[in-house]
Write a new protein. Structure first.
Length: 287
């Protein structure tokens, strides 16, 4: 890592960091903090630039990260605390930020590996929710995640932080047509399961020429290859997406509760699938 010193907030590299953090360069991702950048090194992400302050060396983990960064071939910048405040997206920066290349997968990549458990995020709008779902999907042994069009970017600054680095490891395909997802699932004999808050019949299907009885998640066979669809926070899975589903599932709730947070619902459904499969990912890690 070749290091230069930057003291001005008007430096072109500082402006570039801010532009990437704001989502202005889709091929690149903004990372901030010791853990996220260490994860990026471990996943062999391609680093373009790193900025750091003296604060990075104030902790053992930070000092270890700085030493590891010395072997990374990228542009480095030693910056003042004021400059880091201009770069960072958090109120209390840890003294390090980076620009890395965005991981890229398409549907061919994802389905070529014979996915066993997929998550489909249908028009989710909250970066915290998509990040939490990505983190849970990796933890539950999912093969990957697909976002439909109009879904929040899973590689935005807030999404990445909410995923705690999982977005750098879990294969993610973004901005995908619903019809293409459904076609690939049918081609590979992957069951499409849509989540719904309804206890008896899915309201999202009212405008569709299809009526599927909503079943409790524990009554649905999740041991087969499947893709779990979770929908927009306010309205749930869209009717167009639900039309493609093979089954509709819901999570039982006490009377008076309208719905669960989508990230919480996704976590429960993913772990129901993991439970039915005997937590195979745990066995794999132990062998």
């Amino acid at each position: 890592m070749l290091v230069e010193k930057i003291t001005s907030r008007q430096n072109p590299l500082v402006k570039r960091f801010r532009r990437v953090r704001a989502g202005g360069e889709r091929p690149h991702v903004f990372l901030e903090g010791v853990r996220l950048i260490a994860d990026a090194i471990n996943t062999r992400a391609h680093f373009e630039s790193v900025a750091f302050t003296t604060a990075l060396q104030s902790s053992e983990r930070g000092a270890a990260l700085l030493e590891a960064l010395q072997a990374v071939q990228c542009r480095g910048a030693f910056v003042s605390e004021q400059v880091m405040e201009a770069i960072a997206g958090t109120e209390t920066p840890q003294g390090v930020a980076a620009i890395v290349s965005r991981p890229y997968f398409d549907l061919d990549d994802l389905f070529a590996s014979g996915p066993d458990l997929l998550v489909i995020a249908d028009e989710l709008q909250d970066p915290g929710n998509i990040g939490a779902i990505i983190r849970t999907a990796e933890a539950a042994g999912a093969s990957g995640l697909i976002t439909t069009r109009y879904t929040v970017d899973p590689f935005s600054d807030k999404s990445i932080r909410a995923s705690m680095g999982s977005a750098l490891r879990l294969p993610i395909v973004t901005d995908t047509k619903r019809e293409d997802i459904a076609a690939r699932c049918r081609e590979h004999n992957i069951k499409l399961i849509a989540s719904s808050p309804a206890p008896a019949r899915s309201p999202v299907l009212e405008d569709a020429a299809k009526a599927l009885i909503v079943r409790v998640c524990s009554e649905v066979d999740m041991t087969v290859p499947l893709a779990l669809i979770v929908g927009r926070e306010a309205t749930g899975v869209s009717a167009r997406t639900a039309e493609q589903a093979d089954e509709i599932v819901h999570i039982p709730m006490a009377e008076g509760v309208e719905s669960l947070n989508v990230a919480a619902a996704a976590a429960m459904l993913l772990y129901e699938a993991a439970r039915q499969r005997g937590f195979r990912f745990k066995v794999m890690r132990e062998t």
